[in-house]
Design a protein around this ligand. Structure first.
Ligand code: ATP
Length: 364
């Protein structure tokens, strides 16, 4: 089973909520739609489920165009949050609930409940009611109930958003395992990047109805395709510093004039040689890649330590070069004093370059 979206578009009056997106979800693949509020994630999911009809473009399930099919005829399972068990029903009855009305025999229902409870390790608690369960068990039952209909694919909209922080952490890992065992294409909508990074095989990052990048969690983090993805993924946020390319001093060794007057020479992507001197670019570097030095360095900026925020094992330092706040995460043992001068180093290969059209400069 596969899901394929081709030039899928949804307009609400003059608003284009989803703008000609192309996307494939493979058999057994978990794809997360990730993006800020209002970017079109839920609308995309609802068009796959058949709860919303596309204005233009197509939805294919297993190679078959399903644009005009009602949700039931598509045999997809769309569930919202994993919560709300019926308190007076046992675990087994809660699990079986979505099967009522499917015209299944009692023995078929029993065998589905057995299969799902084996997968989710609920065998020992089938006779209990929700009030007798630990929180983690309740969540596993809720997951089980949303997948028991054995549909062609699974669609989840912000499944963990109602849970408290600790349960969310437990559930992220748990859901990933369950979904892997089920081997069905799965789409999860989330605005929480940690959820996407931990649960997805691939992430589609959306903005304003369009897909900005579809890639593995590793690649959207390590190789962001453009400025938006670079700034959206990762906490603390990547430092994005406007600069001008001034000169090449060797293969991939380039000098930049940073907005505000300072210049720095760093080792970057060799494709920097394709830029013309004077080209406006943005330097992108993650806070954990920057280094603080008390000696002047060629590959860094002269900065002042503005604010020091202890975060336990690490410290977040806000450095300032007179024009930009540079976020640096260091080991907590590095001594830092507010208002002191210190240099902020850009180590070789750690800096991404985004050209004026906001796309990354990259060697493929
Ligand atoms: P959120 O995380 O806030 O739910 P989202 O990325 O899921 O955001 P959508 O719910 O898909 O975004 O909404 C995309 C855009 O379409 C938004 O501007 C929203 O206001 C608009 N929209 C969604 N449904 C409708 C509707 N039924 N009628 C009119 N506009 C709608």
């Amino acid at each position: 089973m596969t899901i394929e979206l081709k030039k899928l578009t949804k307009r609400f009056g003059s608003l284009t909520a989803v703008d000609a997106i192309d996307l494939d979800v493979g058999d057994g693949e978990v794809l997360c739609l990730l993006g800020p509020s209002g970017c079109g994630k839920t609308t995309t999911l609802r068009m796959v489920a058949g709860l919303e009809f596309a204005t233009e473009g197509d939805v294919f399930l297993q190679g078959k165009q399903v644009n005009d099919l009602a949700p039931r005829e598509r045999n997809v399972a769309m569930s919202f949050q994993f919560y709300a068990l019926y308190p007076s029903l046992s675990v087994a009855e809660n699990l079986a609930f979505p099967l009522h009305g499917e015209g299944l025999s009692q023995s078929e229902i029993a065998s589905r409940v057995k299969k799902i409870s084996d997968t989710l390790q609920l065998g020992g608690i089938l006779d209990r009611t929700p009030g007798q369960l630990a929180e983690g068990e309740k969540q596993r039952v809720a997951v089980g109930r949303s997948i028991i209909r054995d549909p062609n694919c699974f669609l989840f909209d912000e499944p963990l958003s109602r849970l408290d922080v600790q349960l969310r952490e437990e559930m992220r890992g748990e859901i990933k395992e369950v979904l892997q065992d089920l081997s069905k294409p799965t789409v999860i909508v989330t605005h929480d990047q940690l959820e996407a990074l931990t649960m997805a095989d691939r992430i589609a990052v959306m903005r304003d109805g369009r897909i900005e990048q579809v890639d593995t969690p590793h690649n959207v983090f390590q190789r962001p395709a453009n400025l938006f993805v670079a700034g959206f993924i990762g906490t603390p946020q990547m430092n994005l510093i406007p600069a001008t390319f001034t000169a090449l001093h060797g293969p991939g060794k380039a000098e930049f004039a940073v907005e505000g007057g300072q210049s720095l020479t760093i080792e970057v992507d060799p494709r920097v040689s394709e830029l013309s001197p004077g080209a406006k670019i943005t330097l992108g570097i993650r806070p954990r890649n920057l280094e603080i030095s008390h000696e002047p360095v060629e590959d860094g900026l002269s900065t002042r330590i503005d604010i020091v925020e202890p975060m336990g094992a690490e410290t977040l330092a806000h450095m300032n070069d007179g024009h930009h706040d540079l976020r640096v995460v260091t080991d907590w043992r590095v001594p830092l004093t507010e208002d002191e001068q210190a240099h902020t180093r850009f180590p070789p290969g750690a800096t991404h370059i985004f050209t004026e059209d906001e796309q990354v400069l990259r060697t493929q």
